[in-house]
Structures are given as structure tokens and as C-alpha cells.
Design a protein around this ligand. Structure first.
Ligand code: ADP
Ligand code: ASP
Ligand code: MG
Length: 440
């Protein structure tokens, strides 16, 4: 059995929905995980924001615009009036629900309910479309098996039991379709795996069902060696180890949700990244073995806060770092990068929810400086630290102020912290210093 996930663009137009059908009808047993059609989750987030600001007329207007789009999809995709009617009835229920939401108080739960509708729509429409095409496909509602626990980790035991039961109680099918991204929380309320979370749904299901392989189908031919949104002439990397892919996803390569690799690594299930628009291209295979040495790819993660904590005697005052770390632990804030000197420690966090309290506590025994709008640039590969070409990255220091460097923490990763305004230039320069030897 394989698990195939198709992202927003892959199900974002009639043409692409038809491509997805061609890709999945190869006779093999599979679970297909779908995202919302592209643009839908963003529109739902905006609707939720408008409700939060009590801009009800605007929110209703946005719901109407979105509904209109789905009426068009239904008209273009379905051939019989009865199928069109089925789909329109389902869509009407969803859009009436969204209209009712505009008169409710805004809460996190309301947001979660609103953003969950995108995947409910795409999976219903796609399953009906497959049925129209004579394919025995059935929907497995994610809200009947996908759950996270109190620490927001997948509740594997619950997921396994409920998914198994659901499959047993569903008439046999060649293809099972389910929603990515959405789930229940530990209290049984609607929640989600955060933006881009359908990738994570796919590897969670893959690990639990011991799938032969997980495939993530998107709009690009695999993991590129740099961010193609900011750097020209990037190229797909054929093979990555789980560790390399995990670092790239965690440090900002948008093609994968940050947690995607973890379940696959634990269960040793390969993940293949493929392009829906060019299914013949090889893509990227993420698997256990290491292949190649040196820096393979660069990614960047924004919205980082750097905190410098100074004390008159830091290193000799043993227990200082322990005191610092205990504060971050107390506020459940994880640290990404860290560098130290005799009198100061600098570290970075990406979640500044508790920053004010953290700083207040640190200031009881040190001087604290905070810099927002920083970006971590992460260089990933195998044996990157001792590879003979690695020194090239230090050339970037002559062009860009680098705030921190983390070197030697692992064999897979070297990280630099720069001001976000310098990020694109840093990515471009690093690209030419490291991958494009002609220009150096
Ligand atoms: P989907 O909707 O299929 O989940 P995403 O938009 O989440 O697709 O991810 C694919 C996009 O990720 C690509 O179109 C590309 O712009 C962006 N991206 C950022 N960094 C990388 C990278 N290193 N390799 C490939 N794509 C990347
Ligand atoms: N639809 C969700 C989002 O846009 C989840 C996903 O696409 O993976 O974030
Ligand atoms: Mg995505």
C-alpha cells in the first residue's frame, strides 16, 4: 500500500484534478491525502480574520466569492445533473456553515472550524469525480481517525485503531481518499496540523499503516538545492537522507511541512517528492542511506527572534546556562540556534508568544538584548563541517552582516543568522559561492 498526497495546486484546477486522476489509477492499493484547492485555505483564513475584526459584511462577501468558485468547479467537472446537484448540495452546506460562523464570537476553535472546510470540500468533490469516472474510490473522513494529543503530537494509538476500524467498516475500495491537515485535538474538538500540514498527515498515515512508500505530489520537481522563489537556476536534488530532509523542512524549505519527515524516519518509510505537472521527472527520494558529501541544499526560516543574554561572569559561573535553559523550558519555548562567549550567550527562538515573560525572568540575573526579524539560513548536507568545499560559505561574511553562526553541532547542518532584510541576498550569494563555482 502507498500513501500519495496532493497539494493545493495539484487539486487547484479542473485540468490538474484530471492529471491527479491519471496519476493515481495505476491499479495499486493506495490512500490519497488531499489538501484544499489552492487559494481556499488562504481565503478561509482571511474570512476568520474579518470575523475577528467584526467586519461581517466583508466576511460574507468573501464567502460568496469562494462559493461562486466552487459552483464553477462543479459545473465544469461533473457531467450529470444528479452529480452536480449532489456536489452543490454539499457545497451549500459548507458555505451556509461559513455564513453562520460570521455571527459567532471569534475563538481559536472557530478559526479551526473555518479553515477545516477547504479539505472537506476538495475531498468530497474529488471522490465524486473519481466515482463519475468509474473508479471505486471511497472517502475516509480524517475527523474520524486523525487526532493529536495534549502536546500536539499525533496520537498514534488512537489513529491506528480508528483508521483500521474505519477501513474495515467502509465497503472495499481501490482508492481511499482522506483530508490532509485537519484533525481532532485531545478534547475531541476540530484542530489542524498547522499550515501546510497535509504533508504531515501523509507521513503519519504512512507510518501507521506501514506503507510501502509515501509520495508527496506538488508543483515542483522535488526538493531544490535553494529556495526557487528567491534564487535563480536552482535544481532538484535526487536523493536526501531522512536527516538532511528533516533539517531542510524544519529550517524553511516550504515544499515540506516542518514535521513531515519525522514519522517516516521513525518507521523507515521512504518519501518521494514528485511533480504533478511533470510526473515523469525523477523528483527527490528521501530515504535512510546517505548519498554524497558536502553541502547539498540551502533553506531559510523567517520570523526568528535573537536573544543575547549577558552576564558579568558567564562561563565560570557554573549553573548560568542551566538557569537560562530552565526559563525557556518553563515557557515551553524551544531554542533553535545557540552560540556562547565568556560573557554572553546568544540564542534564537521562532515562537515569541512568551517572549515578554522570558525576558522579564532573564533580566533578574542578566542584561538582555532582543532582535526581531531575523532569518536562519541553514546549509544542509552530509559531513558538511569537514567537507573540503565548505570554507566557501564563509565568503558570504564579506558581503552580509552575519549575527550568529552555528558550526559543528551536527554533521548535517551549518546555520547562519542574518537580518531578514539581507536574507535574499545571502541566499543568492551562498548559491553562487557554494554551487556555482564558475562565478566564484
Ligand atoms: P503544495 O501546495 O503542493 O503543498 P507548497 O507551496 O507547500 O506546495 O510547496 C511547493 C513550493 O515550495 C514550490 O512551489 C516552491 O516555490 C517552494 N519551495 C521553497 N523552497 C523549496 C525548495 N528548496 N525546493 C522546492 N520547492 C521549494
Ligand atoms: N490547506 C492547508 C494549507 O493551505 C494544508 C496544506 O495545504 O497542506 O495550509
Ligand atoms: Mg505544502
Amino acid at each position: 500500500m502507498k500513501v500519495l498526497k496532493f497539494g493545493g495546486t495539484s487539486v487547484g484546477s479542473i485540468e490538474n484534478i484530471k492529471r491527479v486522476k491519471e496519476i493515481i489509477v495505476d491499479g495499486g492499493e493506495k490512500i490519497v491525502v488531499l489538501s484544499a484547492m489552492s487559494g481556499t485555505t488562504n481565503a478561509l483564513v482571511e474570512i476568520s480574520e474579518l470575523i475577528k475584526r467584526s467586519a461581517i459584511i466583508e466576511a460574507l462577501g468573501k464567502v460568496e466569492v469562494l462559493q461562486h468558485k466552487y459552483v464553477e468547479v462543479s459545473n465544469d467537472l461533473f457531467e450529470t445533473n444528479s452529480l452536480k446537484q449532489d456536489v452543490e448540495n454539499y457545497c451549500s452546506q459548507i458555505f451556509n456553515f461559513l455564513k453562520e460562523c460570521t455571527s459567532e464570537n471569534h475563538t481559536e476553535l472557530l478559526y479551526n472550524k473555518i479553515v477545516s472546510r477547504g479539505e472537506l470540500l476538495s475531498t468530497f468533490i474529488f471522490t465524486k469525480y473519481l466515482n463519475q469516472e468509474g473508479i471505486n474510490a471511497r472517502l475516509l473522513p480524517a475527523l474520524e481517525f486523525m487526532r493529536i494529543d495534549k502536546t500536539n503530537e499525533p496520537d498514534d494509538f488512537y489513529i491506528k485503531q480508528n483508521l483500521q476500524r474505519l477501513i474495515e467498516n467502509t465497503p472495499p475500495a481501490d482508492i481511499y481518499i482522506t483530508q490532509g491537515f485537519i484533525c481532532l485535538n485531545a478534547f475531541g474538538q476540530i484542530a489542524n496540523l498547522e499550515r501546510g500540514g497535509s504533508d504531515y498527515t501523509a507521513t503519519i498515515i504512512g507510518a501507521i499503516t506501514k506503507a510501502e512508500e509515501v509520495q508527496i505530489w506538488t508543483d515542483i520537481d522535488g526538493m531544490h538545492n535553494n529556495d526557487p522563489r528567491f534564487v535563480e537556476n536552482t535544481h532538484a536534488i535526487s536523493n536526501l537522507s531522512f536527516d538532511e530532509a528533516a533539517e531542510l523542512a524544519y529550517f524553511g524549505a516550504k515544499i515540506l511541512h516542518p514535521q513531515t519527515v519525522m514519522p517516516a524516519r521513525e518507521a523507515n518509510i521512504s518519501v518521494r517528492l514528485k511533480n504533478t505537472l511533470d510526473p515523469e521527472s525523477y523528483g527527490t527520494l528521501i530515504s535512510k542511506g546517505f548519498k554524497g558529501e558536502g553541502i547539498k541544499a540551502i533553506a531559510a526560516k523567517d520570523s526568528i527572534t535573537a536573544i543575547k543574554i549577558k552576564s558579568a561572569r558567564m562561563l565560570q559561573a557554573h549553573g548560568f546556562l542551566k538557569k537560562v535553559f530552565e526559563i525557556f523550558e518553563k515557557y515551553e519555548t524551544s531554542i533553535d540556534m545557540i552560540t556562547t562567549s565568556e560573557i554572553a550567550v546568544s540564542l534564537t527562538i521562532d515562537d515569541d508568544k512568551n517572549l515578554v515573560s522570558i525576558v522579564e525572568e532573564l533580566e533578574k540575573f542578566s542584561t538582555v538584548e532582543v532582535d526581531n526579524q531575523q532569518s536562519i539560513i541553514c546549509l544542509v548536507g552530509h559531513l558538511v563541517v569537514r567537507h573540503h568545499e565548505t570554507h566557501r560559505l564563509f565568503k558570504v561574511l564579506q558581503d552580509i552582516p552575519v549575527r550568529m553562526i552555528s558550526y559543528g553541532g551536527s554533521n548535517n547542518n551549518i546555520s547562519l543568522l542574518v537580518n531578514t532584510k539581507d536574507k535574499i541576498t545571502a541566499l543568492q550569494r551562498l548559491n553562487s559561492y557554494i554551487f556555482d563555482f564558475e562565478i566564484v
